[in-house]
Design a protein around this ligand. Structure first.
Ligand code: SF4
Length: 201
């Protein structure tokens, strides 16, 4: 799968300490998206087993609550996301799963989404979404709409919906929007969370 970045530990992307897997590639084109560098389907290709292994390593070090898939658009690499989920379910069954997707639940339920380098038919995409949904504890769904800025937990615009697919969490488990700046060993800084006042650089 095409990966933009993996943050081993974040508190800005769902309940508790979570690894965040940012996929690379999104064709949805929301105006004023602040993740523009994740849009092109070009970059580092990583086997789904290796993505799962990175999460397992992070869990060993930090005793994670879960994993959040973000992007880019995770559902445009849905087959790989499901492969990562299945591997993690086998190896680390206690982790929770969350996802940010620009698609609405209705679009996903009808298979109205595209998958990078895939020729699956709509009915097969419906089945794929159902399989992913069966693993998800929560998802934030819907395009970012800059005309409807929002301050609810995890939702940067008011049209977006937080769906709870399992009994693991309630709305009260989702904390207010925060912004994190991650700086890697080379000094490269990446921002995650909700920079509602603009990026710091
Ligand atoms: S779906 Fe997400 S990554 Fe894609 S353009 Fe919209 S806000 Fe940006």
């Amino acid at each position: 799968m095409l990966i933009h970045a993996i943050f081993a530990a974040s508190r800005a992307n769902g309940p508790g300490m979570r690894t965040v897997v940012f996929v690379q590639g999104c064709s949805l084109g929301c105006e004023f998206c602040f993740n523009g560098s994740t849009h092109r389907f070009r970059g580092i290709e990583v086997a789904s087993e290796d993505v799962a292994e990175a999460v397992i390593c992070a869990h060993r070090d930090r005793c994670l609550e879960g994993v959040t898939f973000s992007g880019g658009e995770p559902m445009q690499q849905a087959d790989s996301v499901l492969a990562v989920m299945r591997r993690l379910r086998e190896r680390t069954p206690g982790l929770s799963f969350g996802m940010f997707s620009g698609y609405t639940e209705r679009e996903l339920a009808k298979g109205r989404y595209v998958i990078w380098r895939s020729e699956l038919k709509a009915q097969e995409r419906v089945i794929l979404w159902k399989a992913i949904r069966s693993h998800l504890d929560f998802a934030v769904l819907g395009r970012f709409n800059h005309l409807q800025p929002g301050d609810e937990p995890l939702r940067s615009s008011r049209n977006q919906v937080l769906r709870l697919f399992s009994g693991r969490y309630s709305e009260a488990d989702f904390e207010e929007q925060v912004t994190e700046v991650h700086i890697d060993q080379s000094g490269l800084a990446e921002v995650t969370g909700f920079p509602t006042l603009g990026l710091p650089f």
